[in-house]
Design a protein around this ligand. Sequence first.
Ligand code: TXE
Length: 481
Amino acid sequence: MTKIWNFINGEFVAPSGGKYIDDINPATGELIGKIASSQSEDVQNAVDAASVASKSWSSLSMEQRIDWLNKIADALESNKELIAETESRDTGKPISLARRVDASRSISNFRFFAKFASEQKPMEFKMDDAVNYVHRKPVGIVGLITPWNLPLYLLTWKIAPALVMGNTIVAKPSELTPLTANLFASILQDIDFPQGVFNIVHGLGPSAGQPILEHPEIKAISFTGGTQTGRIVARTAAPLFKKLSLELGGKNATIILDDADLEVAAKGAARAGFTNSGQVCLCGSRILVDASVATKFTELLLKEVRSMRQGDPKSEDTEIGSVISMQHLEKVESYVELAKQEGGTILTGGKRPSFSNEEMNHGAFLEPTVIGGLDINSRTATEEIFGPVVTLHTFENQEQAIEMANSTEYGLAGSVWTKDLARGRQFSKQIETGIMWVNTWLHRDLRTPFGGVKNSGVGREGGQWSLSFFSEMTNICVKHD
Ligand code: TXE
């Protein structure tokens, strides 16, 4: 049985209280590891290590830190297949997805921030009689708290900019998916990465995460997770005046206008709805379609969804795996039941699939599900389900589409499908959200701002926004004659 220990000061160490949590493969229900269940004492040890390491790490030149990022990327690249397999086993996601998205992006997060940081120009503002020099310094020790849906992808998205700007790190990955963070730590050991710069404390949110939020020496918190937890994070960290980045939930709209290429839009809407079993904060879980094309579009969408191959995450041709846990499956299923009570019709899916491979019948699987006939303001259509469930709604005109798209408390992302690109751009400006795609979904340039409005979060990540978050600036105004 794999025991996942904390990673502190470059060593794997047992949790101080000697307690462990089960790590389950959600596709089979099999116990695959025992994870350290940490507490304040472990966080303190990690902070002590990060504090000592901070002196030497922050005094390296930017070029030296960029070299380290590239070395980490190379080492991850050499372990790409192992990362993908490990992520697939811990999350129940298909191996092809884990390889294409999780492992690839974990590597490119380091490559991207290495290159982006190397391209930064000094910031100077000239006056008639003075020059302002903006000097960036590390924030110090930063706390990174991440969820289970894209475990190493989202963790490295924070680690890379934090490191390049000279910070040291205390990270807490989700207790549901600790394996790739643990693998990352052993990869750092293999390349003799400086001790104490990166530390992991595993465990539950209230016992291992909360002490990170509360610790006075941790100066910034970057959190990705649910909106409810985000509230706790904000409530705890704000009075301590910590820098705070919150990437929270979404209930994003995929909007099909009357002039869309319906074949392309149906494929796009299915991908946006069901990638990673709908467990991506950017997933388009509400599909809004112009009534004049709704019949044809629905037919194409259902054909697309019914053709998705659901099954063993280890099989190369599996397109949709399990959800993250049995408990989460029950939550998602409760929304399918709620949808029926709210007057919805299950157009496809809605049940647990059965497999010839008996062990997978213990897994947390739900067929990809499309629900029609619901009011746009129903609970099913406004609350984040975070599973393979989308709701389908029609609109009569563009104004109504905008109103419907904006009718939830979330505002993270969305996509609009139209052959008229100018119309798509114009339409996008009216959606209350941080990210819009026109005729695509999850097409990412890592230089662009990533983040949400309303209950989807505060702040932006990506490119210069990440570098700014993970640094403090001193403006030095030098008067000359
Ligand atoms: O996330 P949590 P959960 C949504 C999705 C899902 C719901 C709950 O709707 O059903 O959130 O998922 C840590 N102090 N998203 O419960 O709890 C926790 O240990 C410090 C959307 O798994 O938000 C984990 O490391 N940390 C989301 C991290 O917070 C605490 C992705 C996220 O867990 C803590 C995942 C505390 N008091 C779920 N309590 C997205 N937007 O991508 C928990 N944590």
